[in-house]
Design a protein around this ligand. Structure first.
Ligand SMILES: C[S@@+](CC[C@H](N)C(=O)[O-])C[C@H]1O[C@@H](n2cnc3c(N)ncnc32)[C@H](O)[C@@H]1O
Length: 397
């Protein structure tokens, strides 16, 4: 076998990332946009010792589970991976079960399948604006992205028509919009700022230029001020459901003290503050922490304290009695020392919000030696992509 060789392959399974799995003899190939039961002529685009990557040249039959992707760039753009699946929720639910091998509650579908993203970062080069092509540094020039709203696509079109030599474009927000343009040449952001009343903030090369420094979002009646780089869940409406579910599962008491580790701009901490005595939010990113403190003032919430520190370092020194620990770490999950300290904290409940099933599974295997895993609820935060969020409730054994 060699690169560019054409093979006839039949797909038998799907990877966690939504790629078709097909074997030649017993050697596996992973192929985008191919579903179980489908047979295709596949070009070998990459060969490793244990697997190959293939690209469909010609598909001979269509699975009943296939739909026509709405986006014309689906086949070349690396942004979406599951747009061709009729039932993406079933795919994600199955992934959660396959990886976690534990009883799972039904998946909470996203209220919006398209236009849901409140932040998009587009790469740009030589008048092309878009996303990197799958497994390459080549930019796919796109004039419309279905993951963001019509308004933000209009903003993208305006930018494309009026600004040249860009290297990156970020469009953030729902009602209030923040735009960040990066370029090696001088840029006048005024025409863009004046053209759309929804644009409240413009940055150029990470420097604030026009309007406000922060934009405001509201989740479950709590206002959040967001700066350019601080983390915020990308699917606003689904985040409302996620946070409501956290409150429902946690069954907080008015005299509870809660830790919100990896708290970002304080979105979970501030959302649960009214249900408990005290929340301590811990976050490593200074800008997010500044935003969190502004958000606390903005909502006149005074029973939340924010600490800007590595969550594992914080836990190692923390020895106050605690009722519930909420963790929402980045993809790499919890540090082993952090898990030991969570166990030693003797918190009654641990709530784990995860965007990476592999690291979640690794961490649950350790936590479950001391905590019962009561419920696992998958949330589709990222329709059209293979990503899935999981919300886990654990109680002390
Ligand atoms: C998945 S986000 C969750 C944010 C927040 N809970 C939310 O729902 O918006 C993870 C957050 O962890 C922060 N973070 C990453 N490493 C950290 C660490 N070692 N200690 C504390 N926070 C960290 C990131 O800056 C980010 O804000």
């Amino acid at each position: 076998m060699k690169i560019s060789e054409l093979l006839i392959l039949k797909c038998t399974d799907l990877t966690n990332q939504g790629m078709g799995v097909a074997h030649l003899d017993r050697f596996p190939f992973f192929v985008s946009n191919l579903l179980p039961g489908e047979e295709a002529e596949v070009e070998i685009v990459s060969l490793r010792s244990k697997f190959g990557i293939g690209k469909v040249k010609k598909r001979f039959n269509d699975s009943p589970d296939r739909v026509q992707p709405i986006c014309p760039y689906f086949d070349i753009c690396g942004g979406c991976q599951t747009m061709h699946m009729k039932d993406q929720d079933a795919f994600k639910f199955n992934q959660v079960n396959k990886i976690l091998k534990r009883v799972t509650r039904p998946l909470v579908a996203s209220p919006q399948q398209l236009g849901y993203r409140n932040k998009m970062v587009f790469k740009a080069e030589k008048n092309k604006i878009g996303f990197y092509k799958l497994r390459s540094n080549e930019i796919v020039d796109i004039d419309y992205c279905y993951l963001q709203s019509e308004l933000k696509n209009n903003i993208l079109t305006y930018i494309r028509e009026h600004y040249k030599d860009l290297t990156e474009v970020t469009i953030r927000g729902d009602e209030e919009i923040m735009v960040s343009l990066s370029s090696d040449s001088p840029i006048n952001p005024k025409p863009l700022f004046n053209h759309f009343e929804e644009i409240r903030s413009v940055y150029v090369n990470s420097e604030h230029q026009m309007g406000e420094r922060l934009i405001t979002k509201e989740i479950n009646h709590i206002k959040f001020n967001l700066s350019l780089d601080s983390f915020f869940q990308v699917n606003t409406l689904q985040t409302e459901f996620l946070y409501k579910k956290i409150v429902e599962l946690a069954e907080f008491n008015k005299d509870d003290t809660v830790l919100d580790l990896y708290c970002g701009v304080g979105s979970i901490a501030l959302s649960i503050a009214r249900d408990v005595k005290k929340v301590i939010g811990v976050e490593i990113n200074e800008q997010a922490m500044n935003d969190a403190n502004i958000n606390k003032e903005l909502n006149r919430i005074d029973n939340v304290e924010f600490v800007c520190q590595d969550a594992t370092v914080f836990l190692a020194d923390f020895n106050e009695p605690i009722n519930t620990i909420i963790v929402d770490p980045p993809r790499k999950g919890l540090a082993p020392q952090g898990i030991t300290d969570i166990i030693n904290s003797k918190a009654d409940k641990v709530i784990y919000v995860s965007c990476d099933l592999m690291t979640l599974n690794r961490d649950l295997n350790l936590l479950s030696q001391h905590y019962n895993i009561d419920t696992i609820t998958p949330f589709d935060m990222f329709p059209q992509t293979y990503h899935v969020e999981a919300l886990v409730l654990m109680t002390r054994q």
